[in-house]
Design a protein around this ligand. Structure first.
Ligand code: HXC
Length: 291
């Protein structure tokens, strides 16, 4: 089924929910297709897409190929009708220690500007399905930016967040100055971006960067539980809710409220809205069909 949905940037984009996942499942074996990530489906109903960054020797430094693999896995989860949310995680030592400095070291301005370097990093923020970052260890530079592109961040209690690009003679280039400032406010964002200092999981929680902090060994399972909860709702309506919340970062209050109202009205074009309210009245659990 294809539905056309107006995004915050006013582009009509199709959302396709494909009921059968057998073709998609074949892609999830990380053996052949992926070198830098592990890809799976988690949760009791296998409805949570799972991407684990897996470049341990470089603390999950985000080389170009790793990001391309993440994009590919996200594409397959977007197409998979069973998947209602995605979790991205790293290892206990590092979510990701940033963009790959060794890969960037000798790049020239000409190559960066001419080749639109990092243009393909935005995929995580563009997917329709909700994405949860489960962060343990270092989330630095591009790693912090990747986490912030996700919709929800859960942190392990030893996680550290930072934008240390200034120490390398550069600045964040994948949304760090924008998303961090919106999340934690100007003073803390300026301090982090200008000094390169890191903040702890607890400081990240206090400042609103992450929504929950868990013991190190529980953060991934808690993120999967959250993903299962999200996936048990209508996938179609969840995408609308996500689009509405994201509108708050792009639009004026008047425009944002208008977008919200139109999306709210649009839920009345879905069978799931009817089912949800009917189930409430009939005192039973709703059985959403994602249409
Ligand atoms: C490439 C990296 C890397 C990175 C770590 N490594 N971070 N390689 N790019 N971002 C490699 C190291 O070179 C080393 O490989 C191995 O991982 C282990 O790292 P160590 O430094 O030995 O580990 P440790 O002493 O525990 O220190 C951990 C660390 C440190 C504090 C995270 O590695 C560090 O400061 N990393 C860089 C963090 C950073 O500056 N990130 C921002 C990058 S710029 P070898 O082979 O030597 O053993 C960026 C720009 C974003 O993200 C722009 C938009 C995307």
């Amino acid at each position: 089924m294809a539905v056309f949905c107006r995004s915050a940037v006013s582009v009509l984009k199709p959302i396709t929910f494909i009921p059968s996942a057998s073709a998609a499942l074949r892609q999830y074996s990380s053996g052949g297709q992926y070198q830098y990530i592990l890809v799976d489906k988690k949760g009791e109903r296998k409805n949570v897409g799972f991407i684990q960054l897996n470049r341990p020797k470089a603390l999950n430094a985000l080389c170009d190929d790793l990001i391309l693999e993440v994009n590919k896995a996200l594409d397959s989860f977007e197409q998979d009708g069973e998947v209602g949310a995605v979790v991205i995680t790293g290892s206990e030592k590092a979510f990701a220690a940033g963009a790959d400095i060794k890969e960037m070291q000798n790049r020239t301005f000409h190559e960066c500007y001419g080749g639109n370097f990092l243009a393909h990093w935005n995929k995580v923020s563009a997917v329709k399905k909700p994405v949860i970052a489960a962060v343990n260890g270092f989330a630095l530079g591009g790693g912090c930016e990747l986490a912030m592109m996700c919709d929800i961040i859960y942190a392990g209690e030893k996680a550290q967040f930072g934008q240390p690009e200034i120490l390398l003679g550069t600045i964040p280039g994948a949304g760090g100055t924008q998303r961090l400032t919106r999340a934690v406010g100007k003073s803390l964002a300026m301090e982090m971006v200008l000094t390169g200092d890191r903040i702890s999981a607890q400081e990240a929680k206090q400042s609103g960067l992450v929504s929950k902090v868990f013991p190190v060994d529980q953060v991934v399972s808690e993120a999967i539980k959250c993903g299962e909860k999200i996936a048990s709702n209508s996938k179609l309506v969840s995408s609308m809710a996500k689009e509405a919340v994201n509108g708050a970062f792009e639009l004026s209050l008047t425009e944002g409220n208008r977008l919200e109202k139109r999306l709210f009205h649009s839920t009345f074009a879905t069978e799931d809205r009817k089912e949800g309210m009917t189930a409430f009245v009939e005192k039973r659990k709703a059985a959403f069909q994602d249409k």
